[in-house]
Design a protein. Structure first.
Length: 306
């Protein structure tokens, strides 16, 4: 996550640390309350109503909550500019960032695809949208995400010394980046471009479905409501993850020294790195909006529990 910036890769370390402390301090209480409440509703109130979408939303809230619980360590690190929690926690906090990032990407895609199938092909794939199949798909996502974090545990991540301070994930050499470049490009494709394409296709399919049923008011309103869910899911995806993934390509080029001679572009990339990373982290407070504003059963359960 934000711990992988070497001292030479950031033009304004003071700006960077201040930004992280402020943003993470805002995200922590909001994300903790929103995701804990969401999990309580999903597990206690919506158990009888479990469907595929609820399974994916429960997983999304779980991964967001795990990431939120790692934020106090990050806040402390950037406030003191010193990692005091040991190598194991350094690896774990960074793994949680990437696990949350790509679990969120994949579960948002699952939610989008499930809603699209419900509208565009309600009778064609009934077996795909059962809670049992959704749990198997969710298990597959967790396995993929867990395997994806393995390189973090293999890299020499901690305790390069900058003065007297211990650092966390700040010691990647140029040779490390030669290896990491292949990882970055693979992740860009599998973890961003493919999910974005699926979500865009689902959105187009919803629009086509709206055109087909526009004369039937009741059906139109139902499709329109699901369409809003898909569009809001796509909007959260683009706002949180597109800037980070675009910037990551340029950041990789910067670390590979491919931007030499482009001083102004280098400055933009260095400035954008922490900003886009904060945007990516903010998905932990935006995801609950999907549950609350687009799920009538969720709001009803929340009211009953009050």
């Amino acid at each position: 996550g934000n711990l992988n910036i070497s001292s030479g890769a950031s033009a304004h370390p003071a700006f960077q640390d201040t930004l992280y402390v402020v943003i993470y301090s805002l995200l922590f209480p909001v994300g903790l309350a929103a995701n804990a409440l969401a999990l309580w509703v999903f597990c206690r109130r919506l158990q009888p109503l479990k469907n595929a979408a609820t399974v994916y939303m429960t997983c999304l809230a779980t991964t967001d909550l795990l990431f939120v619980l790692s934020l106090p360590f990050r806040i402390s690190y950037h406030a003191h500019r010193h990692w005091m929690f040991g190598e194991a926690l350094c690896k774990l906090t960074s793994a949680l960032f990437y696990a949350n990032l790509y679990a969120s990407v994949l579960f948002l895609t699952c939610i989008c695809a499930d809603r699209y199938l419900a509208i565009a092909h309600p009778l064609r794939f009934p077996g795909v949208r059962t809670p049992c199949v959704a749990r198997l798909i969710a298990l597959g996502v967790w396995v993929i995400v867990a395997l994806g974090t393995v390189p973090i545990y293999l890299l020499d991540t901690t305790n390069a010394k900058l003065g007297a301070a211990e650092t966390c994930f700040q010691g990647f050499s140029e040779s490390d980046w030669e290896t990491l470049s292949a990882v970055v490009l693979t992740v860009e494709l599998v973890g961003f471009i493919v999910p974005l394409s699926i979500m865009a296709l689902c959105s187009c399919g919803i629009v086509r479905a709206l055109r087909r049923v526009r004369r039937d008011r009741r059906q139109f309103l139902h499709v329109h409501k699901v369409g809003r869910l898909v569009v809001s899911t796509l909007a959260i995806f683009v706002i949180c993850f597109a800037p980070y993934h675009v910037e990551m390509v340029f950041y990789m080029l910067l670390r590979r020294k491919a931007l030499r001679g482009w001083a102004s572009l280098e400055q933009v990339v260095r400035f954008a790195q922490p900003v886009t990373l904060c945007l990516a982290s903010s998905n932990c407070v935006l995801d609950p909006l999907i549950y609350y504003y687009r799920a009538r059963a969720f709001r009803r359960a929340l009211t009953l529990g009050a």
